[in-house]
Write a protein of this length. Structure first.
Length: 300
């Protein structure tokens, strides 16, 4: 196996053999939800957290019984094993299935349930310690960003814009100037030694990596505040006691070294970020049954 395999409505298929109906409501209406789960050494990282969020997303779009015949806690590890996947990710999607195109729900929906594996390289230490840059944009998304919906057009457009501006990730900004989240990541600032991030509400996705960043910070005794902050606050402290980083399943944590062309902390990853990152990398290595990686944070 080359690490790629598809589970589609109860069947295991080669990825390129998968077919969905042209009137699938996920395809036509974006009437679906998804998950992206990291796989390390054949193990699904934080699977239970992802499955719990999957259930919440399904309940939020009133598709709560879509997985009755699909025990994902069993199917996903089986899929990864059958695919022979070592390092990569699983993409999972559930839609309200195919039906003649009408906006209200079909009377008897038959959801499309799919998941597939893909090998993927994770960020190298040299990339991590170089850090990434962010491109701030107006948040033009809908009012339920807490649902992991397949409606990703706003993210597609701003991530393209960010790339064209030479930045690595877009940064969604609220009309009042507060920072919400990245195009496909959560973001954190470290302001005066306190880890700050937007609170869980309908404006951001409750990231699984975000959850673990906060857990690790608590464990290390680093103060945390789930309270929105502005770029102005970041800029005021940018030269000194300020750090910034992003978090997502596919990239773990990445230090941010510039936002909108303005350097953060002189363009170098900060010590709190690297400490959290070292702890996360150690936790991930333990989950994957691998040796603890060398620390990114050198001796003080
Ligand atoms: N995106 N916020 C948004 C808008 C996201 O799309 C994502 C993840 C996150 C981070 O969530 P998590 O830590 O659970 O991956 C936050 C995935 C990776 C994607 O769409 O590819």
């Amino acid at each position: 196996m080359n690490g790629e395999l598809l589970y589609l409505n109860g069947e295991f298929l080669e990825l390129r053999e998968g077919r969905v109906h042209v009137e699938d409501r996920g395809f036509q209406l974006g009437d679906g939800i998804y998950e992206v789960i990291k796989v390390m050494n054949g193990r699904l990282v934080w699977l239970d957290d992802h499955l719990a969020r999957l259930d919440r997303s399904l309940a939020a779009i009133r598709l709560g019984d879509a997985l009755e015949d699909h025990d994902m806690g069993r199917i996903l590890p089986d899929l990864v094993a059958r695919a022979g996947l070592g390092d990569g990710s699983v993409y999972l999607q559930v839609t309200r299935g195919d039906a003649p195109r009408e906006f209200p729900f079909p009377a008897a929906p038959h959801p499309t349930v799919l998941a597939y594996t893909r090998p993927r390289d994770f960020p190298l230490p040299s990339f991590i310690t170089t850090g990434i840059t962010l491109h701030p944009v107006e948040d033009l998304r809908w009012g339920r960003c807490d649902i992991k919906s397949t409606n990703l057009l706003a993210a597609v457009l701003v991530k393209q814009e960010a790339q064209e501006a030479g930045a690595w990730e877009a940064l969604f900004m609220a009309p009042d100037g507060t920072v919400r989240e990245g195009g496909s990541s959560n973001v954190f600032a470290v302001l005066g030694g306190v880890v700050r991030t937007h609170p869980l509400d309908r404006h951001i996705l409750g990231g699984i990596t975000r959850l673990h960043v906060l857990e690790i910070a608590h464990r290390l005794g680093i103060p945390v505040e789930e309270r929105a902050f502005t770029l102005e606050e970041v800029r005021q402290t940018a030269a000194g006691d300020c750090e910034f980083f992003s978090a997502s399943s596919t990239t773990d944590m990445l230090p941010v070294v510039a936002i909108g062309g303005v350097a953060v902390r002189g363009g170098r990853p900060g010590p709190v970020t690297l400490r959290l990152l070292d702890e996360m990398r150690a936790e991930l290595a333990a989950l994957a049954g691998r040796e603890k990686p060398p620390a990114l944070l050198g001796p003080p």
